[in-house]
Design a protein around this ligand. Structure first.
Ligand code: CP
Ligand code: NVA
Length: 306
């Protein structure tokens, strides 16, 4: 039976760790010129209904490096953009392709695509989730800290797609997770309940608060994301007011462990969710994190499409 990656919770703890191990291996092999054409002759369709720099380039380059082909499909050009049902698009594309990565708005659309496709579907970001980014984040944390179990991750800002995938990914792999967000911008209730369940199962701590300082206290990893995500441009001004104070800056860094790392999925809005000083001081982690999208996604592609 085909396997999809529609949300972080589609992966078990073991599957996440397997992907991270394979990602480390693929990164090593790339750096040492050891090539394996795991996906020779295979084509991944990449549907984009939102903009992208990292996701598009890393998936396309990743497929190429694996001996296959990545096909960029903009919804502006596809018939889907003119109203062709997802159900039909799914069945047609399944006849041509070996996998589909999709970046879109509604999580439901990705689920419908998966239901009607006979090939693996990968979520390249929806309003609810960004699982590929979180796999790259976990990989980066492990590179810097040599472990992930038992570490404390603090997320400051919007309870958005990044926050929701991070909660599941970190708590599932034995990390402690604290999130600070304004009361009107918390993750969805179903994610909060699932986070509590995972923390209980793993014996770790999940905290949701409206105090960035409380969340950042003794953190090993600090993470943030934009205050207004793609599709929320019209709310940008209201959000700027609501998120005032929910910023990773030097003062907040002072609450975390002195060797804490900082991650940001990018693109960043310097002066809003993070200061220029902090992101520049932590550029090593942030750009390793961006690079790791390539390696983590290649691992996902091999696991799902080989
Ligand atoms: N982090 C991320 O997904 O970046 P892009 O929007 O550039 O793909
Ligand atoms: N939360 C952001 C992430 C971008 C990679 C957005 O959805 O726009």
């Amino acid at each position: 039976m085909k396997k999809d990656l529609l949300k972080m919770d589609d992966l078990s703890k073991e599957e996440i760790l397997d992907i991270l191990n394979l990602a480390d291996q693929l990164k090593y092999e790339l750096k040492h010129d050891i090539a394996h054409a795991h996906l020779k002759g295979k084509t991944l369709g990449m549907i984009f209904e939102k903009s992208s720099t990292r996701t598009r380039v890393s998936f396309e380059v990743g497929m190429y490096q694996l001996g296959g082909n990545g096909l960029f499909l903009s919804s502006r050009d596809l018939q889907i953009g003119r109203g062709e049902p997802v159900q039909d698009t799914a069945r047609v594309l399944s006849r041509f392709l070996n996998g589909i990565m999709i970046r879109t708005f509604k999580q439901k659309e990705v689920e419908t695509l998966a239901k009607y496709s006979s090939i693996p579907i990968i979520n390249g970001l929806t309003d609810d989730e960004h699982p590929c980014q979180v796999l790259a984040d976990l990989m980066t944390i492990r590179e810097y800290k040599n472990t992930i179990e038992g570490l404390k991750v603090a997320y400051i800002g919007d309870g958005n797609n990044m926050a929701q995938s991070l909660m599941i990914g970190t708590l599932k792999t034995g990390m402690n997770f604290s999130i600070a967000c304004p009361p009107d911008y918390t993750p969805k209730q179903e994610y909060i309940l699932r986070a509590k369940e995972l923390a209980e199962k793993e014996g770790t701590k999940f905290v949701i608060t409206d105090s960035p300082k409380e969340a950042a206290m003794d953190a090993d990893v600090l993470i943030t994301d934009v205050w207004a995500s793609m599709g929320q441009e019209g709310e940008a001004e209201i959000r700027k007011k609501a998120f005032k104070g929910f910023q990773i800056n030097d003062e907040l860094m002072g609450k975390a462990h002195s060797d804490a790392i900082v991650l940001h999925c990018l693109p960043a809005h310097r002066g809003e969710e993070i200061t220029n000083e902090v992101i520049e001081a932590h550029q090593n982690e942030v750009f390793d994190e961006a690079e790791n999208r390539l390696h983590a996604q290649k691992a996902v592609l091999v696991k799902l499409m080989k």
